[in-house]
Design a protein around this ligand. Structure first.
Ligand SMILES: Nc1ncnc2c1ncn2[C@@H]1O[C@H](COP(=O)(O)OP(=O)(O)OP(=O)(O)O)[C@@H](O)[C@H]1O
Ligand SMILES: [Mg+2]
Length: 312
């Protein structure tokens, strides 16, 4: 083997994906991963490592929903868009066909944030699980619509980007009670069909019964350390099948499809930064431009008697 071939081999080995990276690639095509483990096991740090890996992929958008502020203080550099409690308010129900009980008062700004950033950390400041659930459903529905129409228009029926939705503390925004309601039915089918439109969900939670089964079964399951009280009969079956005790899982180790996968040690690089103020300035500038056309344009419009279109 020549020195050149040797170097090539080293280069290939250096770029070979780790088992952890390969499983994320696989999950991007198969609905995502639902992580379940006891308190403090490392669910959030695992999602950090996943987001960090996916952010480096030029063709993957990463949308993180964080109701707990864990990401704002401990994740690496990423733009953060705040959704405040009063950005979402109770809507007046006009007809019995009105499913959603809330309205999104800052939707235009949210839309701008989604359109102008490849990756975004969406911080849900409201403490109400119903409002959090509504915000997540609305945003994901909007992006899913864009994916669907792009796929339809594309001659090869492909999407330019895949989207990874990362939802921290899934049960705090999508619990059983919320997903059983009628307004969540669209989201349930979206979740089930997401993989057909290059979308995947990475979520974490502490208890099995916290979120709807219809959601869970569409993801790959990852189990970390479980306390005896968390174990369901099928967990005990898995323990027998793979000859292990889920209460003894080592830190940073997950059982995924019968394999023990180790996640990297997390270390923070840079800090998340809030973009609301910059975005609002950008948004009001575009609104102003719409309202006041350039002098030459205004003159032409006046001469043509059409300036009322601009002031509308
Ligand atoms: N991959 C990791 N890299 C570095 N530290 C880790 C990792 N996983 C877990 N830890 C350690 O364990 C602690 C808890 O991790 P983390 O907050 O991710 O757990 P959690 O399961 O999300 O906890 P909670 O149930 O409270 O949300 C961290 O502060 C860190 O010290
Ligand atoms: Mg956590």
């Amino acid at each position: 083997m020549t020195a050149n071939e040797n170097q090539n081999k080293v280069n290939i080995q250096q770029h070979e994906k780790t088992e952890f990276e390969s499983i994320i690639d696989y999950a991007m095509l198969n609905g995502g991963i639902g992580f379940m483990a006891m308190k403090g096991f490392g669910k959030t740090r695992t999602l950090f490592s996943i987001a960090n890996y996916l952010q480096q992929q030029p063709k993957i958008r990463v949308l993180i929903f964080d109701p707990s502020d864990a990401w704002l203080y401990s994740y690496s550099k990423i733009p953060v868009f705040n959704i405040a409690d009063n950005d979402i308010t109770i809507k007046e129900q006009k007809t019995s066909m009105d499913m959603e009980q809330f309205s999104f008062n800052t939707w235009k700004l949210t839309e701008l944030a989604l359109r102008s950033n490849k990756d975004l950390l969406i911080r849900l400041k409201s403490k109400s699980p119903s409002k959090r659930g509504f915000a997540i459903r609305t945003i994901i529905n909007y992006l899913d619509d864009l994916q669907r129409s792009e796929k339809e228009r594309s001659p090869t029926h492909e999407n330019k980007f895949s989207i990874a939705y990362i939802i921290e503390e899934f049960s705090d925004c999508m619990n059983n009670r919320l997903t059983a309601r009628l307004e969540a039915e669209t989201f349930l089918s979206l979740f089930n069909e997401a993989r057909n439109f290059s979308e995947a969900f990475f979520t974490c939670q502490q208890y099995e019964c916290d979120s709807a089964k219809t959601l869970r079964v569409k993801q790959i399951s990852a189990l970390g350390k479980l306390s005896e009280s968390q174990k369901m009969p099928y967990h005990r079956k898995l323990e027998r099948l793979y000859n292990l005790n889920l209460s003894d899982m080592k830190p940073r180790t997950w059982l995924i499809e019968g394999k023990k996968i180790t996640v990297p040690n997390w270390s923070q690089v840079g800090k998340p930064f809030i973009i609301n103020r910059t975005l609002r300035a950008q948004y009001s500038q575009t609104q102003q431009k719409k309202k006041y056309p350039s002098f030459a344009k205004a003159l032409t419009l006046t001469l043509l008697g059409l300036n009322h279109w601009y002031m509308a």
